[in-house]
Design a protein around this ligand. Structure first.
Ligand SMILES: Cc1cc2nc3c(=O)[nH]c(=O)nc-3n(C[C@H](O)[C@H](O)[C@H](O)COP(=O)(O)OP(=O)(O)OC[C@H]3O[C@@H](n4cnc5c(N)ncnc54)[C@H](O)[C@@H]3O)c2cc1C
Ligand SMILES: *[C@@H]1O[C@H](CO)[C@@H](O)[C@H](O)[C@H]1NC(C)=O
Ligand SMILES: *[C@@H]1O[C@H](CO)[C@@H](O)[C@H](O)[C@H]1NC(C)=O
Ligand SMILES: *[C@@H]1O[C@H](CO)[C@@H](O)[C@H](O)[C@H]1NC(C)=O
Length: 541
């Protein structure tokens, strides 16, 4: 009896004191914002604690991975702030630092590991969704885009002004500009125009001292670092200015599905590896490799497992030129003229986002996107073609695993012309294609999660002989905490940072550390995989 009583008392005391603590954190934070010239009337509209009724809906609005949506094991922010003007962001940085809390920054919330809205230590979440203005200069062919805009809004607004101007970035319209661009940003025009950051002209960022800096004010080292080094290690990105690219009136799209029962399918995959990164830069052919269940045609017979190879293409030109390229260089694809659909660039954006061909461009303005599934992604880079025999063993492995898929994204073209040190993103010359390992599931709970995570890790491990080594390279925007994390509770370690840092940035890691040490020596802008500083840091907690 008395033990239970004591337990209840403790429980009550704990919840009381944590409420009191939350209240005092809130009061201190609000007080600090006021001192940093944000009027009380603005503060009351943009600062949320768990006591505010809409706290949960604000938090969940941009959780884009089902794994973290209903999770009771992931911790929530102490405070959420949703600035509506850029100057408020400066106040949030200064006051979070003063409270000695971690700051997590979220733009579109597409981080595959959820690290823009989850942490193991108490944190404030800065949510950028209100800052999403887009201004386009069609004469100068440039666009300023705030971090909270999603790619679909960017594409739509450019198309409204000119159907022959485009923005080279990712294929999923709900991805946020803030995380996407500062992590490099790639899409189906990569071979022609490079990454989004290869077309970056300027940026505005809030630094650790709460100053708003443009490219000139931040200097070329910091500007270099945010071109793929991940914004969250260096400051809060407010906006990016991009050089727009010129597109033809008509582009061509195709999607061809093949199955490995057809014995020429594996030969086509071999040929794709030799061709996709070398063919005309106007052509981008993505290849999806997925295990599928084939229903038997005869009644009562068992269904069997197979592998489907889906070739999805964007060609910046018409179907006649496309057919001539493919028949000369990639005959094993067996492409037919009727597979090729000519359309405007904006319709190709909708096709690549898996909308049906009756969908209007306004669909790109939908910020909610598809219903959530549970996601895990991993990445690899391939430098030498995988021989046919090895492909067959990979396919057999995938069939035995059951659900893990792979997406092959070709490089070459413009990517090979840009030096490794030009931006922090190092995966340039010599890369044939990038692999994205993908696992989607619907079942909630830890049992399902454990099974699916182990499947995708098993496939990743099986692929070791065929992918880049020393380091085994990975793409920052395909966030994968399996490849190494830094300390959250004690000080960040340079050596732990080097483990994931060289995978994401290769030789550029050291320069990123130098820039980091220069602009944020106390390591305020930190997360599970941020760039560590050179020198010993003050203990944070
Ligand atoms: C469905 C889907 C499709 C995708 N397709 C592509 C693709 O085609 N090409 C591609 O390259 N990538 C793609 N990605 C990956 C995507 O680029 C990254 O997840 C990207 O980081 C998402 O940016 P975000 O702003 O939406 O994410 P967030 O989760 O908001 O942020 C991601 C990271 O960036 C930091 N960050 C966000 N905003 C800021 C800011 N304003 N200042 C500083 N740091 C910030 C966050 O703290 C976090 O570390 C896809 C992801 C998903 C889920
Ligand atoms: C959250 O609740 C506090 C206390 O009731 C209130 O002052 C504030 O305006 C609320 N915030 C928002 C954004 O509604
Ligand atoms: C979260 O839980 C609700 C209520 O149980 C459920 O309807 C919803 O599908 C869940 N969402 C995800 C993404 O798992
Ligand atoms: C749209 O797709 C359907 C079937 O997928 C096809 O029959 C039709 O011709 C397509 N329409 C256009 C305009 O491409």
């Amino acid at each position: 009896m008395s033990i239970i009583y004591l337990f209840l008392l403790l429980l009550k005391f704990n919840s009381l004191s944590s409420h009191a603590a939350a209240a005092s954190v809130f009061d201190t934070f609000v007080d600090c914002l006021t001192k940093n010239s944000i009027p009380q009337s603005e503060i009351s509209k943009i600062v949320y604690t768990p006591n505010n009724l809409s706290f949960n809906s604000i938090l969940q609005a941009y959780i884009r991975n089902g794994r973290f949506f209903n999770s009771s094991t992931t911790s929530k922010p102490v405070i959420i702030v949703t600035p509506t003007v850029e100057s408020q962001v400066a106040g949030v940085v200064v006051c979070t630092k003063q409270l000695n809390l971690q700051l997590k920054i979220r733009s579109g919330g597409h981080d595959y590991e959820g690290i823009s809205y989850i942490s193991d230590v108490p944190f404030i979440m800065l949510d950028m969704f209100n800052l999403r203005s887009i201004s386009i200069d069609t004469n100068g062919k440039t666009a300023w885009v705030q971090a909270g805009a999603i790619l679909g809004e960017v594409y739509y607004n450019i198309w409204r002004k000119s159907p022959v101007l485009g923005y080279p970035a990712g294929v999923c319209p709900t991805v946020g500009v803030g995380g996407h661009v500062s992590g490099g940003g790639y899409g189906n025009m990569l071979r022609k125009f490079g990454l989004t950051v290869d077309n970056l002209l300027d940026a505005r960022l809030v630094d650790v001292n709460g100053r708003i800096l443009d490219r000139k004010a931040m200097g070329e080292d910091l500007f270099w670092a945010i071109k793929g080094g991940g914004g969250a290690s260096f400051g809060v990105i407010l906006a990016f200015q991009i050089q727009l690219v010129t597109l033809p009136q008509t582009v061509t799209y195709f999607r061809v599905e093949r199955f490995i029962q057809d014995t020429t399918t594996t030969d086509a995959v071999v040929q794709w590896q030799n061709v996709a990164s070398k063919i005309d830069n106007d052509l981008y052919i993505r290849l999806l490799i997925q295990p599928i269940t084939v229903k038997s045609k005869s009644k009562g017979a068992k269904s069997s497992k197979s592998i489907r190879a889906t070739f999805v293409a964007l060609f910046l030109g018409d179907s006649t030129r496309l057919m001539s390229l493919i028949s000369k260089q990639f005959p094993l694809l067996g492409l037919k003229k009727q597979d090729c659909v000519e359309m405007s660039w904006i319709d190709s954006v909708l096709q690549w986002a898996n909308f049906d061909n009756t969908t209007k461009p306004e669909a790109l303005l939908n910020r909610k996107g598809d219903p959530l599934t549970h996601l895990k992604r991993k990445s690899d880079y391939v430098q030498t073609p995988i021989p046919k025999k090895e492909l067959e063993s990979i396919f057999a492995k995938m069939i035995s695993l059951g659900k893990a898929g792979m997406v092959f994204n070709p490089y070459g073209g413009r990517m090979g012309e840009i030096a490794e040190g030009e931006t922090p993103f190092p995966h340039r010359a010599g890369i044939l294609f990038k692999i994205q390992y993908s696992m989607n599931w619907h079942e909630e709970g830890l049992t399902a999660e454990k099974e699916y995570l182990s499947q995708i890790r098993d496939l990743y491990s099986f692929m070791t002989p065929y992918v880049s080594k020393n380091p085994r390279q990975a793409y920052l925007n395909y966030r994968d905490l399996d490849i190494g994390i830094n300390d959250q509770v004690s000080q960040h370690s340079l050596e732990k940072g080097r483990v994931y840092g060289t995978k994401y940035f290769n030789k550029n890691f050291d320069r990123l550390v130098k820039v980091k040490t220069m602009v944020d020596p106390q390591n305020f802008f930190r997360n599970e995989q941020s760039i560590p500083t050179q020198t010993k840091q003050r203990k944070i907690m």
